[in-house]
Structure formats: structure tokens, C-alpha cells
Design a protein around this ligand. Sequence first.
Ligand SMILES: Cc1ncc(C[n+]2csc(CCOP(=O)(O)OP(=O)(O)O)c2C)c(N)n1
Length: 345
Amino acid sequence: MAKKPSTKKSTTKNNFGGLDKKLILQIHSHMVKSRVLEERLIKIYRAGESFFWIGGTGEEAWGVPLGMLGRIGQGPANDYFHLHYRCTPTLIAMGLEMKDSVRLMMNRSTDPSTGGRNFSNHYCFPKWNVAPVTSPLEVQYSIACGTAHVQKRVGKKAITIVTGGDAGTAEGDFASGLILASRRGQELPMLITVQNNKWGISTGYDGQHGENFIADRAKAFNIRARVIDGNDPIETYLCVQEDMEYIRKTGKPAFIEAHVSRLHGHSSATGANKELGEVDPVTEFENELLEADLLTEVQVKTIWENFEAEGVRATELARSEPVPTADSVWDHTYHANENADWRKF
Ligand SMILES: Cc1ncc(C[n+]2csc(CCOP(=O)(O)OP(=O)(O)O)c2C)c(N)n1
């Protein structure tokens, strides 16, 4: 593997934010794992073994630190995650196993998120307070206020984290979320975030916004807000850590607009081919680690190969597992069926 000169010097110049070497390498490892997994999901789609891919390639530098910094567990004493469909990096950092992502992708009944009944990256993990990813954009911003409200009452300094895309912020649910989170004297402990990749499917960012930054909208509600380079994992780690501490201490919300890449286009619907004009945060970070002698090329090769092998094993396992049968179609749903005993729900 050729050692390419890095175009980004900020993290090396400031000594990787003073973060511990073990932590830095952990960030890198999660980023690679997430990328290898997503590229495996795209291969599964191309092989005709799944119907649709949408995911988080290009958001690794943002998503991994977010997952590493959360207080992980079930119930309101832990953090809640209201994520969207580009959050594989966050879940990898929280402990997602490749096989459970592949099972969802291949619609296997063993998929712990949906029993094989939803599509890629629509995760749900009650054990980690990960609320179901919704297909309607941005409803998560107002839903998230509910868990934050409970956490405020419980008083254990846990917070609610919500993510979403830039184009979706045109939805009313986004504005409702900002209003509910910021009422004076009733502020909610929320980390409200937007991953700005400058695209909404094929509609460009320019011409869609009157404000200079999406973060400016949060400022209008007196919410502490900032814009960060979400392609830099060190900047992300330090900013998310600082904002989480602020929210736990004050019980008030904070807002981060993270600028990220969209590395394989919108989804399989637009081809899922690698976009050459976008910054690749995994390659950038890896080059910085090589330059700083925190990793050798042999180590890098081994890390990628081991995750590749895990992805292949996960695919083989999912292939051997069953798809859901018709009798499970109403599981975990409320439904109108005259023969159903509604008292069971
Ligand atoms: C309420 C609603 N409107 C439209 C869609 C169709 N849709 C799915 S993804 C998408 C683009 C979203 O762009 P953005 O919010 O910037 O997130 P990105 O996909 O770029 O990460 C649209 C319009 C939807 N899922 N839900």
C-alpha cells in the first residue's frame, strides 16, 4: 500500500488533540470496520442478495467518536440514540457485530433489529437505547424530545442524541424539535446534530437555505451551537466530548452541524459507486497515522484483512439462515385485525 502524503495536517500538528495512542488506534479500527462492513453490504446488493442499500460511508470520522462517547445501556439512566440511516459507524463503535448488520441487509429472521422486515441500516437495539430508525425523514428530532424529557425527570445526567441529514432539516419535525428542546426553564438534555453532506438525494445544498449555517437556526433558540469538520475524527471527538459534558452539567441542549462526505452517493438507487470528488475520511486519517508512525503499513493491511474476513463469515452465516415467514408479519406491531386479541398488545 503506497504511503500517500496527507492533505490534512491539522490533527498531526496539534498532536492528535493530546488523545491517548490506544484511543486513537481504537477510533481508526472502528472506522475501518464500519467501512469494510458497508462495502460488504454494497457487494451483497450487487450480487442480488438484497434489495436496497443505503448507509454511512463517508461519515466514519463523525459517527465513530459519537458512538464511543455515549453512555451505553438500557433505560433512562443511559443515553438514548435517535439515529438515521447513515449511522453504521456509531453503532460499530457501540459494539454492533457485522453479522447483525448483514442479517438486516439480507432480510434474515435472525436480524435482531427488525426480524428481517426492514432494509439496510434501519437498526433498533433496545439494549443500547437505540430507537428504531425511521424512513420518514427527520421525525426523530421531535420524537427524541420524549426520551430527553424522561431523562430530565429521572435526573441521572443521561442525555438524548439525535442525528439526521441536511436536506431533511426542511421538515417541520426538525423545527418542532428545536422549539421543544429549548423552552426557557424547561430545556432538554439533548445533543442535536445534523450531518451536512451538501446533498438531498440529487438536490444540492446551495439554493435551499436562507441561513448561512444550519447551526444558526439553533442559535436563534439560544441553543449552544457550532459547525465542525466531521471528516476529522479528532476534532469530532473533542467537540462531542465537550458538548456532552456541557449537556450533562447544565441539562440544556447543544447543537452540532458536522460537515461530512457522501462517499457512495445517496444509495443503491443512484448506483452506490464511489464518488472520487469527496474526501475519504478513513484514508485521510490512516495516512496521518502512518505519517506519525502510530501504525505501520503491515499493521494497516492486517486490520483491513481481518475485517474483510469477518464480513465474509457474516455473509456466509446469513446465507444459511431463514427469511421471515408470513406468520410473523404482525409481530411487534399494533394492527387492526378483527380476529386479533387487542388486549395482548
Ligand atoms: C418525509 C420524507 N420525505 C422524503 C423522503 C425521501 N428521502 C429519503 S432520503 C432523502 C434525502 C435526505 O437528504 P438529507 O436529509 O440531506 O440526508 P442524506 O441522505 O443526504 O444523508 C429524501 C428526500 C423521506 N424518506 N421522508
